[in-house]
Structure formats: structure tokens, C-alpha cells
Design a protein around this ligand. Structure first.
Ligand SMILES: *Cc1c(COP(=O)(O)O)cnc(C)c1O
Length: 367
């Protein structure tokens, strides 16, 4: 084949260069500078939240969220078995214990009906992670959290602009987080944001982002530990430019999803993402496929690779992560749905830079 199709290509077609140039020309290149508060305000408005705290990446946002909610030793935090590792790292680093929930075979999200059985007197929070394109069924989660007095951290890193029953993802958690890694709907290169409506949590998150410097009092005197997780003005400049284009980006992702669906719906042995649930239409952060067997998954990925078409395997289940098994976590736990999704799932090129011919070529290779 004469050309290759990468698994992701970002789209930088707006005011990115103009705003970056402004940073260089004015000298505002660090975490001081006008684009940061502008990006925080504009993105909070977009999501419908009072406060945003821009940080260096989405995983950093989770670290801060966990500490801001005082999650630590002796606490349990409920999260999906099938997820990126970031939420589990944040919780384990804080000294708390992740408690896992089985996946739903259709949406690949945490099965909200399975949460309640996992609650104990030690449960402090639920980390909701919306996976790949459809949101978690939030109503049951919100109900349980309220009933048991448990906090919600919402990981909306893959859901920019997605809604649950018409309300924006990222507006549900006591604290919600986003990532702006280059494969997300909008990017800042590396970057993330913490969102909340609570002024106390907002101030705490801002402080934890900045080495836990006290907002007042003697500078360089610290009362708790924090991180340098600050976002730079350069990153925020990209963010402001990208946010101007967010509706276009979402439309493009949905167009990609629709073309893949048309092209692949007849292919035997491959489960496609569902187009919609009763509470949301798929936003197709990535276009994932789950093969009926692991063998078919391997053969299919090999064929794509031979044709220079980029793929990525799905996330690997938390209870099967060597790093956590070595710590003695999740002993003898089994989540058969999550395990099957992880073993047999992979995603195909899903970046905003794709064109119709690329998508056609991928479909032809899979047919
Ligand atoms: C991308 C992502 C993250 C991590 O974000 P980084 O900016 O790469 O640290 C966290 N959670 C989910 C669900 C993600 O998709």
C-alpha cells in the first residue's frame, strides 16, 4: 500500500498558530499568562460548571481530585474494572483501595446496576469513567451516591461535548476531569482540567496544582503536600483555539462513526459500538471493535497492520494489571465481560484528520 493511516491525527486548523505567536511575542509562556484563565472560564462555561482548574494532563487532574476529596488510607473507591489505568494510579498512590465494577457488554462502560453491591462502610467515592463514546448511565450512580453519602469523581476525558439526557458530561461529578491529550476531541498537546461547582474544592484544587502554596500568609511556608501540575499559557492558547472549533470536531467524530458503521455493519464476528442508548448518541472518541474470539481479533489486527492501518488494543482490566497483582490487589477477582472486551477489543483510526478515502480503505481491509 502506498500510504498509511495513523490511529490518530489531531486537527489544528483554527487560531492555534495565531494564539501561540501571541504567547511568544508577549513573553507569556509559563503558567502565568492570560490564556490560562480564559481557557478555564470558556471551557467551564461550555461544560456548564462554575469553576475550572487547568492542569498539566488528565492524570494529574485525577491525582488532585482524589486528594482534594481527602481520599486516603482505609478508604475504598469504586471504579470500573475496564478503564485506563489513571484513576487506579491516583487512588492507590493516595493509599486508598480501588474496588472494581463489571463492564456492560454493549456500552463497555461500568454496569451501573452492579455498583450498589460493592458499597461498604469504607466507600468514600465512585470514579465514573465514560468509555470510548457513550456515557455511563448516571441516574442510578447519582442516586446511590446521594443515598450513601458518597462523592463522585467523573472522568470525562473522552467525552468533551457529550451529554447524558441532554446535560453535559463533566457536569455530574463533585469533581469532574478532562484530558486534552492530542487524541481527545480538543487538545492542548498535553493538558487537563478539573471542574467543580464548589468554591471550597475549587480553591483546594488550585492550591494542590501549585505545590500547595498557601493563597495568603508567608510565601514558601506549606501546610500540605501538592504538585507542580500547572498548565502553561502556550498549552492554554492551543486550548482556546481548539475550543472555538469544538462543535466542528464533534460533528467530524460523529461523521467518522457513521461512515464506519455503514461500512462495517455487515462484517461477521465483529461487534460494533452501539450508535445510541436511551440517554445519549455515541460521540465516537474512538471507533472500537470487539471480535467474537481472541483469535479473530489477532488475525484482524495483523491484517490491518500489514496494510499500514493503525490500531490500538483496548484498555487492559485493572484486576489483571501486573503492577496491582504484585501489590496483592484484586486477588481471585473475575470480571468476565470486562476481560472479554479487553482481550478481543481494539480500535481503528479515529483521529479528526481522517478523510472519506481513509475510512473507505479501513472498511475495505476489514470486509
Ligand atoms: C486520556 C485519558 C486520561 C488521561 O489523560 P492524560 O492527559 O493522558 O493524562 C484519563 N482518563 C481517561 C478516561 C482518558 O481517556
Amino acid at each position: 500500500m502506498s500510504y498509511s493511516i495513523p490511529v490518530n491525527t489531531p486537527l489544528l486548523s483554527g487560531n492555534e498558530l495565531k494564539y501561540l505567536t501571541e504567547c511568544v511575542e508577549t513573553g507569556w509562556i509559563s503558567s502565568e499568562g492570560p490564556f490560562i484563565s480564559r481557557f478555564e472560564e470558556e471551557f467551564s462555561n461550555y461544560v456548564g460548571r462554575k469553576y475550572g482548574v487547568a492542569v498539566s494532563n488528565g492524570s494529574a487532574a485525577l491525582d488532585i481530585a482524589v486528594q482534594a476529596l481527602d481520599i486516603g488510607k482505609g478508604d475504598e473507591v469504586i471504579m470500573p474494572a475496564f478503564t485506563i489505568i489513571s484513576p487506579a494510579f491516583s487512588v492507590v498512590r493516595a493509599g486508598a483501595t480501588p474496588v472494581l465494577v463489571e463492564a456492560d457488554p454493549q456500552t463497555w462502560n461500568m454496569d451501573a446496576t452492579a455498583i450498589e453491591t460493592k458499597i461498604t462502610s469504607k466507600t468514600k467515592a465512585i470514579i465514573v469513567v465514560h468509555i470510548y463514546g457513550l456515557p455511563v448511565d448516571m441516574d442510578p450512580v447519582l442516586k446511590i451516591a446521594k443515598q450513601y453519602g458518597i462523592k463522585i469523581i467523573e472522568d470525562a476525558a473522552e467525552m468533551h461535548g457529550q451529554t447524558y439526557k441532554g446535560k453535559k458530561c463533566g457536569s455530574f461529578g463533585d469533581i469532574s476531569i478532562f484530558s486534552f491529550y492530542p487524541n481527545k476531541h480538543i487538545t492542548t498537546g498535553e493538558g487537563g482540567m478539573i471542574m467543580t461547582d464548589d468554591s471550597g474544592l475549587y480553591n483546594r484544587c488550585k492550591k494542590l496544582r501549585n505545590l500547595a502554596f498557601e493563597p495568603s500568609g508567608r510565601r514558601f511556608v506549606h501546610h500540605e503536600m501538592g504538585w507542580n501540575y500547572r498548565m502553561t499559557n502556550l498549552q492554554a492558547a492551543l486550548g482556546v483555539a481548539q475550543l472555538e472549533k469544538i462543535e466542528e470536531h464533534i460533528q467530524k467524530k460523529r461523521w467518522i462513526g457513521k461512515l464506519y458503521h455503514e461500512g462495517l455493519k455487515g462484517v461477521k464476528g465483529l461487534q460494533l459500538p452501539i450508535e445510541s442508548t436511551e440517554y445519549a448518541d455515541n460521540i465516537y472518541w474512538v471507533y472500537g471493535l470487539v471480535a467474537d474470539t481472541q483469535k479473530l481479533a489477532n488475525v484482524t489486527v495483523e491484517r490491518l497492520t500489514e496494510n499500514r492501518i493503525g490500531t490500538r488494543p483496548f484498555f487492559w482490566c485493572l484486576h489483571e494489571q501486573p503492577v496491582f497483582q504484585d501489590m496483592g490487589l484484586f486477588k481471585d477477582e473475575k470480571y468476565p465481560v470486562a476481560e472479554k472486551i479487553a482481550r478481543n477489543g481494539f480500535y481503528i483510526p479515529s483521529g479528526l484528520g481522517l478523510n472519506r478515502n481513509d475510512i473507505q480503505a479501513v472498511c475495505n481491509c476489514l470486509a
